[in-house]
Design a protein around this ligand. Structure first.
Ligand SMILES: [Zn+2]
Ligand SMILES: [Zn+2]
Length: 156
């Protein structure tokens, strides 16, 4: 069954408000996890919404497990649809140069094995895997910068 913003709110026992619908809609169509700031900027184009409302609703949606927080480096994080909506957990790739965070295919990095019983004596509540590195465009520009440096050096 396809997830709709209204259906998700209903399942979570939350009241359906214009702002919550708009926020969830944004996550359902966004290919990448979003910062609170991204949510605010994108919604402000079409909706009358302020910072406080965005933050309050994001917190509520996390509390109700519709969204989850994904760490993207030191003390910063994004929001993404929760694995119980997507049906599967997945890892993320974070570019340390441009700060892009992308979702990886659940089949490429399998998180289920980490959740296997017996790995820890207690219980695992949350699994998060982030691969840090350089994205292809940052890698490219780094190579170009290096090549330019070399050309400059040999020309002297
Ligand atoms: Zn990058
Ligand atoms: Zn993701």
């Amino acid at each position: 069954m396809k997830n709709t913003p209204a259906g998700l709110l209903q399942k979570a026992g939350l009241g359906i408000t214009r702002h919550r619908l708009a926020i969830l809609e944004l996550f359902l169509i966004s290919p990448e996890p979003l910062r609170a700031r991204d949510v605010l900027e994108q919604l402000q184009d079409t909706t009358l919404i302020n910072r406080v409302t965005v933050y309050r609703n994001l917190d509520l949606l996390v509390e109700k497990k519709l969204l989850h927080r994904i760490s993207s480096g030191e003390r910063s994080f994004r929001y993404g649809l929760s694995p119980n909506i997507l049906g599967q957990s997945h890892a993320h790739f974070h570019c340390t140069s441009c700060d892009r965070l992308v979702c990886l295919d659940p089949d490429d990095v399998r998180l289920e094995s980490i959740n296997a019983p017996g790995i820890v004596a207690g219980s695992i509540e949350h699994v998060e895997i982030r691969l840090d590195g350089l994205c292809s465009s940052c890698l490219e520009s780094q190579k170009r910068a290096r090549a330019a440096d070399n050309a400059f050096g040999s020309g002297r």
